[in-house]
Design a protein around this ligand. Structure first.
Ligand code: GLN
Length: 536
């Protein structure tokens, strides 16, 4: 049992989506963690999918994978990057999962013939999930997905409304983020959309305690006063959530606006001021890079870079560690007929992917990196592409492929392992979550990690085919990391190359600005050397 009662912050969003609710929740968490609180997060998603695992990344953005193998919303990535909180299955709850649980219970007869309703059965289930996520922490920050006013989010709003009465008024705080647009023709910041969304929230019984106003400029005092008056909040509870150049400025911006101070006062939390020095240093490093490198990301979802959220961040972390700005050039693998688009980059990265679209373009990019000695980093599918490329063009295995792409290939160097074959249902065969790996000393991967044993998160179905281990090793491919039992190949590399590493796992999920992932640091380091034209 906690001596102090757990505190709850609920974050909702208004006017339109995409205003940065997840980032705001993460930044608030960072500041309150900086004040010494143990913080955790919960993302409530109003859609009916049971989890985002099967959702198209173009629609939904990246699927973030936790250590325990949950396929979750990308906001959990923000939470883990901004704080030391580690998320799991319990930190992301969709309406689909809630209804799934309630209906399963109804089928089992648990409701004893009663009528099963949104209130109280669905709302009780939501509240039980909030309670579970709050176990063992001082503060739970719950973000309600979607926009206030959506039909889907109503049960969630009702549940968080009730929560205040359940745990005590002094333990709950409602934060609402909404747009305050500057309308150039009027030369004015317009507060009406915000007022309407607050009204919408009030109509379901929630009165926000603190407003985050997303704008492109600081709100003048008079505008804050007007918002306070119309929305029934204290004037010092109206904070400007101004656009920033770098996401890691958000905690500093909120701190300067007095957000953490006000939240502590509302919740009756007595702490010292947070230490924001580490954030200041980080932002300074990011804003004053000594050099700039260009990295080509050769993938399929180039139109929506949210699909590569953690990856982009991990590249920037690797950049900051090398005092380098990383410019990411998105290259559509389907359009990569020749490799000229890659002529001016200092590193090439092929990320995760599924299906056969754009595969030959990715293989072309790998070949270009290998032959031109450009630093190469292959992640998951990108590792598999590197194995295929090596098999075809170095080991002489003509037509080598992944059986995902070509089930008839004469050389399935990437394939389903025997125990996976025959399992058809989606999601059922994935290798998900944290798996241990042992590195071979003297390899590039070992040099990066500086240790032999590691644990990284996976999300894939296909594997390096063990039948080809000997042939590919004999042809010079280095199998630098394997599962502890030696059965699964987890990391491959090429010895005679400035930096060429492919890993079957997703290192980007564990990279944070303060603990940049070693493989990203090493990759960007190699790109920096390439750009300097130095001794490669
Ligand atoms: N499509 C590949 C597989 O299922 C790679 C998946 C990925 O890149 N995450 O094995």
């Amino acid at each position: 049992m906690n001596a102090r009662p757990t505190k709850f912050i609920f974050v909702t969003g208004g006017v339109l989506s995409g205003l940065g609710k997840g980032l705001s929740a993460a930044a608030i968490g960072a500041l309150l963690e900086g004040r010494g609180l143990r913080v955790s997060f919960l993302k409530l998603d109003p859609y009916l999918n049971v989890d985002p695992g099967t959702m198209n990344p173009v629609q939904h953005g990246e699927v973030y994978v936790t250590d325990d193998g949950a396929e979750t919303d990308l906001d959990l990535g923000h939470y883990e990057r901004f704080t030391t909180a580690r998320t799991s299955q319990i930190n992301n709850v969709t309406a689909g999962r809630v209804y799934d649980t309630v209906i399963a219970r109804e089928r089992r007869g648990d409701y004893l013939g009663g009528t099963v309703q949104v209130i109280p059965h669905v709302t009780d289930e939501i509240k039980a999930r909030i309670k579970k996520a709050a176990e063992g922490v001082d503060l739970l920050i719950t973000e309600v997905g979607g926009t206030v006013g959506d039909i889907e989010s109503l049960p969630f709003l009702e549940a968080i409304r009730q929560y205040r009465a359940d745990v005590g008024r002094e333990n709950v705080c409602y934060v609402h983020l909404a747009l305050v647009p500057f309308v150039p023709s009027a030369g004015e910041l317009k507060t009406k959309p915000l007022q309407h969304s607050v009204k919408e929230l009030q109509s379901v019984g929630i009165s926000p305690d603190l407003l985050l106003c997303r704008t492109d400029r600081y709100l003048p005092r008079s505008v804050k006063a007007k918002i306070a008056l119309f929305c029934n909040v204290d004037e010092d509870a109206v904070a400007t959530a101004k656009d920033v150049e770098h996401i890691y400025e958000v905690p500093l911006l909120f701190h300067a606006e007095g957000v953490d101070e006000k939240l502590c006062r509302i919740l009756g939390i007595w702490t010292g001021r947070p230490n924001v020095e580490a954030w200041e240093k980080l932002v300074h490093t990011i804003k004053h890079p000594k050099r700039e490198v260009r990295i080509a990301m050769v993938g399929k979802y180039v139109d929506l870079t949210d699909a590569y959220k953690s990856l982009n961040e991990a590249l920037h972390h690797g950049g900051a560690a090398n005092e380098a700005k990383v410019e990411i050039v998105y290259v559509d693998s389907e359009k990569l007929e020749d490799a000229s688009a890659l002529a001016h980059v200092h590193g090439i990265l092929v990320p995760h992917g599924f299906g056969s679209r754009g595969v030959e373009g990715k293989i072309r990019a790998v070949r270009y990196a290998r032959e031109r000695r450009i630093p190469y980093f292959g992640i998951c599918y990108g590792m598999q592409m590197a194995v295929i490329e090596y098999a075809r063009h170095v080991a002489g295995l003509e037509g080598a492929n992944s059986s995902e792409v070509d089930p008839e290939t004469p050389h399935p160097v990437i394939a389903l392992l025997p125990d996976q074959r025959g399992v058809e249902s989606k999601g059922g065969t994935m290798r998900l979550g944290a798996w241990p790996c042992v590195l071979q000393e003297g390899t590039q991967a070992f040099a990066a990690y500086g240790e032999r044993e590691l644990s990284e998160r996976h999300r894939h179905r296909y594997e390096f085919n063990p039948d080809y281990r000997d042939r590919l090793s004999r042809a010079g491919l280095v199998l630098s990391g394997c599962s502890p039992d030696g059965r699964l190949v987890e990391v491959i590399e090429i010895a005679d190359h400035p930096w060429f590493v492919g890993c079957q796992f997703h290192p980007e999920f564990k990279s944070t600005p303060f603990r940049p992932h070693p493989l990203f640091v090493a990759f960007i380091g190699a790109a920096v050397r390439k750009q300097a034209g130095g001794a490669l």
